[in-house]
Design a protein around this ligand. Structure first.
Ligand code: IPM
Ligand code: MG
Length: 361
């Protein structure tokens, strides 16, 4: 199979981790007889430096023409960077929001899984961890507060800011359908998270999710309020299979879920539209403090590349092989600094990528 991939190394640790993911993809290509071709585009701070905007029209068009996009990370140190002394729509993160919207990537899938080898890095007590957890957060990605009207004005002499949270039923339905489809391939449980005791948008969310659920009698649906969900994630994470939620709640809950896996450096993600096209990226940020030092953990990006194989190219066997190679490297005791523990062997970004690539059979 010929796979045309657009890569967006981005800022900070982005280029280092994307390099390792490409190393792994190339190895998959050799072993299984596929070819991966890469076209690089700029997004984020590096695009601001080159073109004055975080994402150019041409870059977006190039991404659209590919089969899939692999992204490292964008952004810099907010308190201390020339990229942030400008209007919000010109900052690095605006590039990310523009590519999500421009490619209609409404379904963001963030798996949170506790590797048995990383139990020691999990901040939860053993009795809470139990036999571990394995969940997927399905976050709506192109609606809600992130894309509603916003402005700041003076009202009665007071500076007043407005952000708008809007969802229509179609936006809710299409992400709910994705969540139920995925639940069907897993443990068949959807927890839909909202704030229906306060928000109209959540009441509509709940009603539409119930309509969708009627078409999936084999999948169990539970509703949960977002504040309770935040608590349940650290009290009993094993109860969750698929969490379905809106954009802002999903942003917050996915960081919480990632932390209980031991390191945000392990979490992959896929952003999908109605087709096979997807944008794949680690859930973590650009970590400018460790950029260029060979310290970053490339595993989240490598696992994102595995998601790309599975969801954009239907290469399940190859995706399984990448995931197995990651487990094997962890079982052999290799760790980057963020997941290192006594008795393990500390390796850098490039060595970790190489070790994983070598173990793909
Ligand atoms: C994420 C990030 C982004 C978001 C930021 C960088 C705009 O936190 O992907 O979770 O809020 O969606
Ligand atoms: Mg986030």
């Amino acid at each position: 199979m010929d796979c045309r991939v657009v890569i967006i190394p981005g800022d900070g640790i982005g280029p280092e981790i994307v390099r390792e993911a490409c190393k792994v993809l190339d190895r998959v290509g050799q072993v299984y007889g596929h070819s991966f071709s890469y076209t690089e585009i700029l997004m984020g701070g590096c695009s601001i430096d080159a073109y004055g905007v975080p994402l150019t029209e041409e870059a977006l068009e190039t991404a659209k023409a590919a089969d899939a996009v692999l992204l490292g990370a964008v952004g810099g140190d907010v308190g201390n960077s020339r990229w942030y002394d400008v209007a919000p729509n010109l900052r690095p993160e605006a590039g990310l929001l523009a590519i999500r919207k421009g490619l209609n990537l409404f379904a963001n899938m963030r798996p949170a899984y506790l590797y048995s080898q990383l139990q020691a890095a999990c901040p939860l007590k053993e009795e809470i961890i139990g036999s571990g957890f394995d969940m997927v957060i399905m976050r709506e990605l192109t609606g809600g507060l992130y894309f509603g009207d916003r402005h700041t004005e003076t009202v009665n002499g007071l500076r007043t800011a407005v952000d708008t949270l809007t969802y229509n039923e179609e936006e809710i339905r299409r992400i709910a359908v994705k969540a139920f489809d995925i639940a069907r391939k897993r443990r068949k449980k959807v927890t839909s998270v909202d704030k229906a005791n306060v928000l109209d948008s959540s009441r509509l969310w709940r009603a539409v999710v119930e309509e969708v659920a009627a078409g999936y009698p084999d999948v169990e649906l539970k509703h949960m309020l977002v504040d309770n969900c935040a608590m349940q994630l650290v009290m009993n994470p094993g109860q969750f299979d698929v969490i379905l939620t809106e954009n802002m709640f999903g942003d917050i809950l996915s960081d919480e879920a990632s932390m209980i896996t031991g390191s945000i450096g392990m979490l992959s993600s896929a952003s999908l539209n109605e087709t096979k096209f997807g944008l794949y990226e680690p859930s973590h940020g650009s970590a400018p403090d460790i950029a260029g030092k060979d310290l970053a953990n490339p595993i989240a990006t490598i696992l994102s590349a595995a998601m790309m194989l599975r969801y954009s190219f239907d290469l399940d066997k190859e995706a399984d092989a990448v995931e197995a190679a990651v487990r094997q490297v962890l079982a052999e005791g290799y760790r980057t600094a963020d997941i290192w523990a006594e008795g393990c062997r500390k390796v850098g970004t490039a060595e970790m990528g190489g070790l994983i690539a070598e173990r793909i059979h």
